[in-house]
Design a protein around this ligand. Structure first.
Ligand code: AMP
Length: 634
């Protein structure tokens, strides 16, 4: 770690108030804050008390004086062939219109709006429109199916849902409306209105009195004027659901002022983006990277942002770099999986286009393996910067603050603790700090910096219980990741401490998938684990005990049952959560106290030594797992 950055980081912890008061100058405040930090109720941190601001104002309105006619949102869909550039003025028009539409349906400050959308500009309009009027948006990833969506509808209790007829992937339309209708049927909460964007991709059933047509209302409100609602810094901007160890997803809740400041600061110190430049994140608006680095951060920094609907390999594996050339992209953000997909394609496509505008490629969301890091760094000839964070943090926890001081990358490491994070590696059992090169739980000593989650939506107790009580003897925030720090202060992430798996950068709770598998009438019990995969990082695999063990004896019948079980997950949670296989076993390996030994199963699947098995009740159960896996391998 360089001296300059070390001092910067030290100050961010030692003089939190002074440090963040300075960063707060990066955004516009309607009314200045009176106090930087209120930490009177640990571990809850409140930032910029009494200050009034607005995310939409900072993302759009404040840039109008200087760059109204400059690009703000660049929409590219290789799925539909649509390509459209919205200037800041045009984006404002669309957002104000959307705000008027939502307002006409009674949506106001503090009301929830659930957004279940593919990658279309209207999704961004809806997010920013909510921000403008102080409504709380909750974007649900379009890949989730009815049951996942229903659970989120019930938790967020939205007044309005904004959706579309369909998304599209690989040239194939994926209808959203039937999934949404089914989710609303399953949910106990009934949204008053559903605002539908009709892309003409899939037929839609319209529910009279509930469903509204976006284009009709857009025409009606196209000249509307909706002023920004100034919000106290700690009002809620959005909730975003994320998976954990229980089947019930948590609504990660964020504020307004702290988030805006954190993003503006990260653009300066970590991403080094400047107004007038173009930012391209290949994430999805349904994930935290999409919230922070497709929508809010680039726009707050006055940059143009690319919203891309499509895969990295269609029409060919040069598409991302073609867009870099065409829109003179300065900064790019993607996930290791996307790069591993490209690795299987013609490497000449990496250099076919002029990517000289690109200063850095940031990768996050899952471990970046060394071979992939090396391949893309060499192939592209640009710095590739790994960074580590979570839905909960909203911006990088580990990274390189090249805007403060140029720092060298280390292959396999996402970098050093970012300013604001008082990061420690703690012993799982003693809670003591571990030394360099020793494995510990990556933990943050509170208060968490601005931009991080305020609490779990509607459940302060769960926030404290989930994140702050797992490390003995200390009130420390657990990331639930194992890490190790080398002698230079660089961290390496070694995997999760809980039952969360990461499939192609998507975080999934194995509990949720297990609950879904158990919905099949023939299933007695099951365990779902993550297994290493060369492309997706991890994939889910299910081990199922049937009520009638003999049912799986016939291979044809077993195959049919497996298909059926996987289809249940598909239908309930979405293809993103579907296990690659459901293996039938006669018993699950458990401890004597009845806890499923997921890590032992995982080790067997990855052909590793399952380690200490002294607590196992029935060794034969693990042999059963081994046989099932070997049978399918061979
Ligand atoms: P999510 O909240 O869905 O973004 O998932 C966050 C989790 O993804 C973290 O807790 C890590 O387990 C993993 N993760 C994110 N970024 C990285 C990274 N750069 N290296 C290793 N793991 C990562």
């Amino acid at each position: 770690m360089g001296q300059r950055y070390e001092a910067f980081h030290r100050r961010s912890i030692g003089d939190r108030e002074g440090f963040w008061a300075e960063q707060a100058k990066l955004i516009d405040w309607h009314k200045p804050f009176g106090q930087v930090l209120d930490y009177s109720r640990p571990p809850f941190a409140r930032w910029f008390i009494g200050g009034q601001t607005n995310l939409c104002h900072n993302a759009i309105d404040r840039h109008l004086a200087t760059q109204a006619e400059k690009p703000a949102l660049i929409y590219v869909s290789t799925e539909t062939g649509e390509e459209r550039v919205y200037t800041f003025a045009e984006l404002q028009r669309e957002v104000v219109t959307m705000a008027a539409i939502l307002g006409s349906q009674g949506v106001g400050r503090g009301d929830r709006v659930l957004i279940y959308m593919p990658m279309v500009p209207q999704a961004v309009f809806a997010m920013l429109a909510c921000a403008r009027i102080g409504a709380i948006h909750s974007v649900v990833f379009g890949g989730f199916a009815s049951n996942s969506l229903a659970a989120r509808i019930d938790d967020a209790t939205p007044k309005v849902i904004v959706s579309a007829d369909a998304g599209s992937r690989g040239g194939k339309a994926i209808a959203y409306k039937p999934l949404l209708d089914e989710a609303i049927r399953l949910a106990s909460h009934n949204p008053a209105r559903v605002l539908m964007v009709n892309r003409g991709l899939a037929p839609m059933d319209v529910v009279a009195g509930r469903d509204l047509d976006y284009e009709t209302l857009r025409a009606k409100y196209r000249d509307a004027d909706v002023p920004v609602v100034w919000l106290e810094s700690n009002e809620i901007s959005y909730t975003l659901y994320t998976s954990g160890t229980t089947g019930q997803p948590k609504g990660v809740q964020r504020d307004v002022g702290g988030y805006a400041v954190a993003l503006a600061a990260s653009m300066r110190h970590i991403f080094c983006g400047n107004a007038g430049e173009t930012y391209f994140s290949t994430s999805d608006i349904g994930w935290v990277v999409g919230h922070s680095y497709i929508v809010y951060a680039p726009l707050i920094a006055g940059m143009a942002t690319i919203l891309y609907e499509g895969t990295p390999i269609r029409p060919d594996a040069g598409i991302l770099w073609q867009l870099v050339e065409k829109y003179q992209v300065s900064l790019m953000f993607s996930a290791p999986t996307a790069i591993r997909v490209l690795k299987k394609q013609d490497p000449a496509l990496l250099t076919k286009y002029d990517t000289s505008s690109l200063r850095s490629l940031f990768l996050a969301g899952e471990p970046l393996d060394e071979p992939t890091a090396r391949w893309i760094t060499e192939g592209l000839g640009r710095p590739v910067i790994d960074n580590y964070w979570q839905t909960e943090s909203g911006w990088p926890i580990l990274g390189l603050a090249n805007g403060v001081e140029q720092m060298s990358t280390k292959l396999g490491s996402p970098g050093v603790p970012m300013y604001g994070y008082d990061l420690h590696l703690l012993h799982e059992q003693t809670g003591e700090e571990v030394g360099a090169n020793e494995k510990g739980v990556v933990a943050i000593m509170p208060p968490l910096p601005p931009g991080c989650m305020q609490t779990v939506w509607g459940d302060d107790e769960r926030f404290v219980e989930t994140y702050f009580t797992t490390i003995p003897g200390k009130m420390a925030y657990s990331t639930f990741d194992w890490g190790i720090r080398d002698d230079d202060g660089y961290y390496f992430i070694l995997g999760r401490t809980d039952d969360v798996i990461n499939v192609a950068g998507h975080r999934l709770g194995t509990r949720e998938i297990e609950e879904s598998v158990s919905h099949h009438a023939s299933v007695a019990e099951c365990a779902v684990i993550g297994v290493a995969d060369s492309l997706k990082g991890q994939v889910a695999m299910a081990f199922v005990v049937l009520k009638d063990a003999a049912a799986a004896a016939d291979p044809a019948e077993a195959a049919r049952l497996e298909r059926e079980i996987l289809a249940v997950v598909d239908r309930q949670l979405g293809a993103v959560a579907r296990p690659v296989r459901a293996h039938f076993v006669t018993a699950l390996p458990k401890t004597r106290s009845g806890k499923v030994l997921r890590r032992a199963i995982q080790a067997v699947c990855e052909h590793r030594d399952p380690g200490d098995l002294t607590t196992i009740e029935d060794v034969a159960a693990l042999d059963g797992v081994r046989k099932a896996v070997v049978g399918s391998d061979g």
